[in-house]
Design a protein around this ligand. Sequence first.
Ligand code: PLP
Length: 478
Amino acid sequence: MFFHINTDSEKPIYIQIFDAIKEMIETNMLPAHSKLPSTREMGRLLGVSRSTVITAFECLESSGFIYTLNGKGTFVSPKKIKLNNEWNIDWKEKFNQYAYDTEDLDLMKNGMPYKKGMISFKSIAPDENLFDIDEIKRSFMDLMGVEGNKILNYGYAKGYRPLINFIMEYMKKIGAALENKSVIITNGFTEGFDLVLDSLTSAGDKVLCENPTHNTAIKQMRLHGLDIHGVNMDENGMDVSALESELLKCQFKLAYLIPSYHNPTGISISYDRRKELYDVFKQHNVPIVEDGFSEELQHHSSHIAPMVAVSGKENSVIYIGSFSKILFPGMRIGWIFGDEVLIDMLQSVKRAKNIHTSFLDQGILYHYMQSGSYEKYIKKIRNIYGDKCQYTIKLIKKYLPWEYISGEGGLYVFIKLKNIDSHKLLENCYKRGVLFMPGDVFYVENPAKNALRLSFSRNSYEELEKGIKIIGEECMKF
Ligand SMILES: Cc1ncc(COP(=O)(O)O)c(C=O)c1O
C-alpha cells in the first residue's frame, strides 16, 4: 500500500493518511475484509511516526472504514465500499453471430434438462463407477516421481513425448503404417476435429459425412460454415452407391466417417465395406477424417482394422482418437494421427489456440496406460457393457414397438419405432421422469422422426427395465 505524504502541505499528516486509505476503501482498491499493514509497518513505509498512523487508524475506525480484531490486526470494513453501478453493458447486443450460432446448436441448453431422480438414456458417457481410482492415484505418484516439478511447467503443443510414443505404438498395433506419420495430442476428439477443420476448410466448402452422424461433429461443421452433404447408411454403414453418386455431383474438401461403433447407430463397418469406401474416396481424391473414438470398445467380436490401416502407406486418412468413451472423458485427451506435414502445421494451430493440452493429465494417463492397468480395465468393461447392451436390446424387443435396432459394441442402441414421433414420445416420457435422445438431431438431412438413441452405460439393470418399460407404455398411447 503506497501513497505519497506531502510534508510541505498544511494538511496534518494523519489526515493525509486518513484521506488516502478512505479513498482506497471507497473505490474498492482495498477489498472488503483485507488486512491493513500494522501501524508500525505503515509508519516505516511512509516514513512517519507510529503514533501518527495510530491517530489516522483511530479516525478510520470511528468513521466505520476499518475494524480491529484483537490479536489479529486491522481490516477493511465492507460497509463503506462504494461499488460502481452506472455502467451497464448490454452483452446480448454485443455478441457476434458465431456466439449466437453456438447457442442455437447447443443441445445442452436447448434440450430437456436432466432433473435429479430421472432415468436418463441420454448421455453416452462411460460409467465412472468402473474407473480404476487407485490405479490413477498410483499413476499420479509415479508421474511426480519421474517428472517432478517440471511436469507443472509449460510443455509442447505436440504433447507429452512418452504419451506420443505410446500412441504411435498403439496405432501400429491397430494396423497403421507409421512411415512419415506423426501424432499431436488434443483436448479430446472435439478439439482434434476443430483443429482439422480450422486448418483445412473455409466457409462454403463441401464436406461429406454419414447421415446420421455425431451431433457435435455436425455442430462443428456448421459453425465452420461448411456445406454438409449426408450419405445414407444401410445396416452395414455408409452406402457405397449413394456415396458414389454424391461424389459425382461436386468436389468435396473432406469426408468425416465413424467406421467403428458409429454414433448414433452403433454400426461397425465390415472390413470389405471399409475397403470399398476407401477406394471410392481415393478415386475422387477426397481425404478421410476417421473418428476412432470407440475403437477399443468392441464387446465380444474381433476388432476390425480402421480405415487408416486400410490406407497403408498412403497419407489420405486423418485418424482422430479419443479416450473419452473408454477411460476418463473429464481428462479431455485425444489425438490426431496423420501425415507429418499435416501434424506439423496443426502444432502451430494448436499453439495459437491453447498452447497445449495439460501435461499433468497426459502424464497421468501415460503412466496409467503403460502400467498394464488399462488392459485389465478394458477387459472388465467390455464384458460389463457387452452384457448390458444385450440386456437393453432384450428389453427393447420386449417393451417397444420397434422397426429397427442397431448397436454392437458402443455404449448405446439406436432404434426406429413403428410410426411414432420420438420428440412427442420424449415429451410424454419426460413427464414420467425418463429422458432419451431423439434421433433427428443426428441427421444432416431427411431426419428420421421415429428414431431415438438409448444409452445404457450409466444405468443400473433395474433402471434400464423401469425406463424402457415406461417408454413402451407411452408408445402404446400413440
Ligand atoms: C462420434 C464421437 N466421436 C468422438 C467423441 C468423443 O469426443 P471427445 O473426445 O471430445 O469427448 C464422441 C463422444 O460422444 C462421439 O460420439
